[in-house]
Design a protein around this ligand. Sequence first.
Ligand code: NAG
Ligand code: NAG
Ligand code: NAG
Length: 262
Amino acid sequence: MESALLLPSLLLVAAYPRGGSPQQEWMQSPPAPSVTSAPFWVRLNPELEAVPPGGSAWLNCSHNCPLPVHSSLRTQLRQGKIVNGSGWVSYQLLDVRAWNSKVRCVVTCAGETREATARITAYKRPRSVILEPPVLVGHKYTLRCYVTHVFPVGFLVVSLRRGGRVIYHESLERFTGSDLANVTLTYVMRAGLNDLWQPLTCHARLNLDGLVVRSSSAPVMLTVLALSPASIALASTSIATLVGILLAVGAVYVRKYLAVQT
Ligand SMILES: *[C@@H]1O[C@H](CO)[C@@H](O)[C@H](O)[C@H]1NC(C)=O
Ligand SMILES: *[C@@H]1O[C@H](CO)[C@@H](O)[C@H](O)[C@H]1NC(C)=O
Ligand SMILES: *[C@@H]1O[C@H](CO)[C@@H](O)[C@H](O)[C@H]1NC(C)=O
């Protein structure tokens, strides 16, 4: 009962993908193709695939053409094996290194050509995010956060939080390297009484066009012991006096990493 009721509205959505009220269009103008010939469609699955840098992926291009078709995959990625069945072809894509690669599958059925697209993204979640205990030098604390083995570094944002609130963040978009990287963030701050016993944490976030990957460090504390009487006398809000990002990039590690993967 229910599925019989649902079917017409689903068909309508497919026939009128955009705009207007499908109900009204149904009343005014029923779909042109006869009920027996479904509209020709092409799908490429999955639409978004994530792989480690240098990894490979399989994409399945399927269609509903009852006739023998010509189908091809258009991409800048290197193609590997192909497996096919009736109504589908599965393509292997090799050595995905770009953080974002577009793939199109083009199928021609009885003179009509349609295509479907998919995206493959290569990324590597940081192996570790480590915030060192603050080091007191004079009246200032030096915080160091290490983010190791991350890719693509150009889409990384590293932030420091105190008591859950962001006190500093830096985007590394100026770095366009195509290798795994280590990032060290150094932050120097003054601390006052308010900062005592507040957990400090370091956060790494990759934002890959909708795919967000987050990692964070274990918390560290500013303790009474580290706080000198002189710094209590200083402003109770922290002031950044020097900030730096250090980036180490290792092509060697991409290879090592891949060796571990396979
Ligand atoms: C490809 O997709 C078709 C249709 O969804 C499915 O029947 C087939 O098993 C899939 N092939 C592979 C290799 O996943
Ligand atoms: C798979 O592809 C081959 C070569 O193009 C073709 O001869 C064969 O009919 C295809 N198999 C199926 C089940 O479509
Ligand atoms: C990155 O950090 C890891 C772990 O701390 C270290 O073993 C490796 O040598 C570093 N790689 C580079 C390129 O600095």
